[in-house]
Design a protein. Structure first.
Length: 490
């Protein structure tokens, strides 16, 4: 009988909270691109005699994320010292939470392959400080051929919310989706930018494999995955490694492994520590954290509409497709932009299509955030209203849109500079233009009137000439009607 293997996956997600200052001191958290070791103070450097002071905003963000994850928030908790020796940790301990985390026993839904929602358990969310960063290089500053390691403590002390899942995930694809949902959530809440490439969101994966004969492989922890694709690839590799070893009757040891993205393999780093190895004990320099009465309720009331709820509302209220709803609610700023367009008069379907195709195209091509987009939602809506009322064709609107993007001009100035008028070309003016096109293409007209244009290609050709001549300012349906009328009557 062939053996069956079931992967068991749990994830630890470290989310950098978007506070202006660090979790236990007033140093700036804006370390990206900063000169090494400039956003530091005696506390960051672990100098004797320094005392930590808890950042209230970090607590607020932690509670907000916990509530969105359906966790139970503790009214009273405390911090511990997690002891280990590593160059990026100047105190030789990390201030974290241990037996009394900020929140626990939550869940978040992912979508199964059959389209149903499946809850993934959240074991806990706790607060802690980030460590510094090791930079490998040479004495002359080159990063290749590294012979030395340097330590930058700018990141040390940045507040983290660590979100630990239950071992409910079964496939690398599920793990990727789970991280995507968490990243989308923290962005919606405004508690983190969730940027994996910058290290604002980091994932450690715990993976073991259960064999149908009752054997279990020991758990391996995988680190150094800085993208969703890397996470998925690392888990796929590690599952194959575990299955191969179990199939051969080998013993899998509990260890920490690092993902090597260029080689596509995991590499053993060290044996995996247990809780007792860290010699946790209560942080003596911080009093217990006791939340005021009504604090949790206050944070619950501040929660925005969550992305999955907003997606469902977009489908039900505006009649959008699954794809349009998902695209427009992926980012909170885009969802707000869309609804602001509707408030200004834009029709739901056309607005959704315009944002999904034209606006997102410009944002992606220019690697631009929506907050830097040069056209307001009100102007987009005004243009869409003109299209809805057939005062501006889709082709003409695209030309005007491009002019506004390139020149940062307003709608009516762009229309004037593009020689496009509201209302387009219609009525007698359009009929005269169609007649002119027919006169210039007598050979095509003869083929159509002879009945040889069985598939209508010749008539479509004439329609294309008219639309090109009008630069898209004519209503296509009106052009078709006039063409048919003139071809029949002559």
């Amino acid at each position: 009988m062939s053996l069956l293997f079931t992967p068991v996956i749990g994830l630890e997600i470290h989310v950098q909270l978007a506070t202006a200052s660090k979790i236990f001191c007033s140093c700036s958290t804006d370390y990206i691109g900063a000169v090494p070791n400039t956003n530091v103070c005696p506390l960051c450097l672990g100098l004797p005699g320094t005392l930590p002071v808890l950042n209230a905003k970090a607590v607020e963000y932690g509670v907000r994320a916990s509530l969105a994850l359906n966790c139970t928030v503790r009214n009273a908790t405390r911090f511990h010292r997690k002891n280990y020796f590593y160059p990026d940790l100047p105190k030789a301990y990390q201030i974290s939470q241990y037996d009394l985390p900020l929140a626990e026993h939550g869940f978040i839904n992912i979508t199964s392959e059959d389209g149903t929602l499946r809850p993934i358990g959240i074991t806990r969310l706790h607060l802690e400080e980030d460590a510094g960063k090791l930079v490998h290089g040479t004495s002359d500053g080159r990063l290749t051929g590294a012979s030395q390691s340097f330590v930058d403590y700018n990141r040390g002390g940045v507040p983290l919310a660590e979100i630990v899942s239950e071992p409910d995930l079964r496939t690398p694809a599920e793990a990727r989706q789970y991280v995507s949902v968490i990243r989308q959530l923290v962005r919606y809440l405004g508690v983190s930018d969730g940027d994996m490439e910058k290290g604002s969101l980091r994932v450690d994966a715990n993976i073991s494999v259960k064999c149908s004969d009752g054997r279990w492989g020991e758990r391996a922890e995988i680190k150094n995955m800085n993208s969703l694709k890397a996470l998925e690839r690392a888990l796929e590799y590690e599952i194959k490694r575990h299955i191969k070893m179990l199939s051969e009757g080998k013993i899998i040891i509990q260890e920490t492994r690092h993902w090597n993205d260029s080689q596509g393999i995991t590499i053993s780093s060290r044996s995996k520590e247990e809780a007792h190895d860290y010699r946790y004990f209560p942080e003596p320099d911080l009093p217990p954290l006791v939340l005021p009465d009504g604090y949790v309720k206050e944070q619950l009331d501040k929660l925005p509409e969550l992305p999955w709820d907003r997606k469902r509302r977009f489908k039900d209220t505006y009649g959008l497709s699954e794809q349009d709803s998902a695209t427009l609610t992926e980012n909170r700023d885009m969802a707000d932009f869309y609804e602001n367009c509707l408030i200004s008069g834009g029709s739901p379907e056309r607005t959704a299509n315009w944002l999904r195709t034209e606006v997102l195209r410009v944002l992606n091509e220019n690697k631009m955030e929506l907050k830097d987009f040069p056209i307001s939602s009100h102007i987009i809506a005004e243009m869409i209203v003109m299209m809805d009322n057939r005062k501006l064709s889709n082709t003409a609107a695209k030309e005007v849109f491009e002019h506004m993007i390139e020149n940062s001009s307003d709608l009516h100035s762009a229309m004037s500079l593009c020689d496009i008028s509201a209302g387009g070309i219609a009525g007698d003016q359009l009929r005269d233009l169609v007649s002119k096109i027919l006169e210039q293409n007598n050979d095509v007209v003869r083929v159509i009137r002879s009945g040889e244009d069985l598939n209508g290609k010749k008539q479509k050709y004439l329609k294309g000439l008219v639309m090109r001549e009008t630069r898209g300012q004519a209503d296509p349906s009106e052009v078709s009607w006039i063409l048919a009328s003139l071809l029949e009557n002559n």
